[in-house]
Design a protein around this ligand. Sequence first.
Ligand SMILES: [Zn+2]
Length: 76
Amino acid sequence: MSKSKNIQPKRMCIVCRRKSGKGLLQRYVWNPETATVVLDEQQQMQGRGAYCCTDALCVERFLARRQGWKRAFRLN
Ligand SMILES: [Zn+2]
């Protein structure tokens, strides 16, 4: 196997822990000012990001579980 530069980096959905290419996951960034998470549509926002797949159930769980954010974004 040879390495290709076209291979997308793998990211893991923090809810179901499935690994997918970056394009199949949505990036969320922690916003300390509003104490909430923001969908990073362009995937280039500053700040600590976490990935969640586009599965509706995963998104729902991710947004509902504020406790999980602490670990995902390494909040104190
Ligand atoms: Zn998922």
